[in-house]
Design a protein around this ligand. Structure first.
Ligand SMILES: [Zn+2]
Length: 395
């Protein structure tokens, strides 16, 4: 099969569009809308169907290690197996978003999509070099320049943030207002805060990955409870300790949402008492994302890694039920696992791999840089598991 890169019409990068006259730009858009989006999406539709039907599922292609870039490869494979994100790239829907926004910076999204397209059209015999993509992520986040080992979760954050900024449907962010919704009931306040967030940050990436966390602060003196709602792109879970042996993901979730006491220097000011008071703080999930990324805090700190916990955290592949952590217990929040970014080794020297469930075949594979090998789903759980990717069921 020919490479996708050769088969779709080349569109002029958005940067050069500014020099075009309106008429030309308009023509260019119309033409590319027809020859580009339509044809390519039809072609991509065929490809996806082919991938579904063929025995040798696609997307099973390795990524070359460019020198300590296994952290990047591991995350790229997890994202490549994120079906909705993959389809967004394969259908070239990102192009439409990039065009609508008329942004000057589109290179990161373009390179990311190109890479995903190549990964899903390649025969899988030879590993792909993500060097062009790496150039763009470095431009966006200069900390990824060079060939040092980096933290996979931090990389994921930067990458999703970068992609989001380029395909954000909001082109002009409204001015920040100080309007508060404290007079509203929690449910209503959560909704208002969410739509306020969407007024500024609204993209396919947000549609998929962003959820909303509610933190409740209760004054131990007068009982007044104030709530804050914050968007989250992933949850960093502390690893529960239970003497020796394994802990469960639910233990970690319970530790993360456990009621915390803020006392001493941390005492917040109670709105009703008008004084600093001892308070309790608790997290609940107000809004569950479609894709839930759970980061197991194995490292003391991501930047300065002084120690690593290699505790075995047991997690379900199917039916992770998170209802007990919901602000509203009646909400249905069940997830299935589809990818894991693993870290093996120590804080000083380590290696990243990915275990991913192929969305076309439903089979699990190990992605170790350029090598891709089938694996049993029973091997997915290990003490190397570092970032877990769950997809919500029944949406
Ligand atoms: Zn109080």
């Amino acid at each position: 099969m020919p490479s996708i890169r050769q088969s779709y019409p080349v569109t002029i990068p958005e940067e050069s569009a500014t020099s075009y006259s309106f008429l030309k730009q308009d023509t260019r858009r119309k033409t590319s809308a027809m020859s580009g989006s339509l044809l390519v999406s039809t072609f991509m539709g065929l490809l996806i169907n082919q991938a579904r039907n063929s025995k040798s599922a696609q997307g099973l292609v390795g990524l070359k290690n460019l020198g300590n870039t296994c952290f990047m490869n591991s995350i790229l494979q997890c994202l490549s197996n994120t079906q909705s994100l993959r389809d967004y790239c394969l259908h070239n829907s990102h192009r439409r978003d990039l065009k609508n926004n008329n942004r000057t910076n589109t290179a990161l999204m373009e390179e990311f999509a190109k890479l995903i397209q190549t990964m899903w059209s390649s025969s899988g015999s030879e590993a792909i070099s993500p060097s062009e993509f790496k150039t763009q992520i470095q431009r966006y986040a200069p900390r990824f320049v060079g060939y040092n080992q980096q933290d996979a979760q931090e990389f994921l954050r930067f990458l999703l943030d970068g992609l989001h900024n380029e395909v954000n449907r909001v082109t002009v962010r409204p001015r920040a207002t100080t309007e508060d919704f404290d007079h509203l009931a929690d449910e209503e306040k959560g909704k208002k805060m969410w739509s306020k967030y969407l007024e500024r940050e609204d993209s396919k990436i947000v549609d998929l990955f962003v959820g909303q966390l509610k933190s409740s602060l209760t004054c131990t003196d007068c009982g007044y409870c104030s709530t804050v709602f914050d968007p989250f792109w992933d949850l960093s879970l502390p690893i529960a300790k239970k003497g020796y042996g394994e802990v469960s993901l639910m233990d970690c979730m319970r530790l993360f949402t456990k009621e915390d006491v803020l006392d001493g220097d941390e005492k917040p000011t109670c709105y009703r008492c008008k004084a600093r008071r001892r308070c309790t703080k608790k997290f609940t999930i107000q809004r569950f994302p479609k894709i839930l990324v759970l980061h197991l805090k194995r490292f003391s700190e991501a930047r300065v890694r002084s120690s690593k916990l290699s505790t075995f955290v047991s997690f379900p592949l199917k039916d992770l039920d998170l209802r007990e952590f919901a602000s509203d217990r009646s909400s249905y929040a069940v997830y299935n696992l589809y990818a894991v970014s693993n870290h093996s080794g120590t804080t000083m020297g380590g290696h990243y791999t990915a275990y991913c469930c192929n969305p076309a075949s439903g089979e699990w594979y190990t992605y170790n840089d350029s090598r891709v090998t089938p694996m049993s789903s029973s091997q997915v759980r290990s003490s190397d598991a570092y970032v877990l990717f769950y997809e919500r069921v029944g949406l």
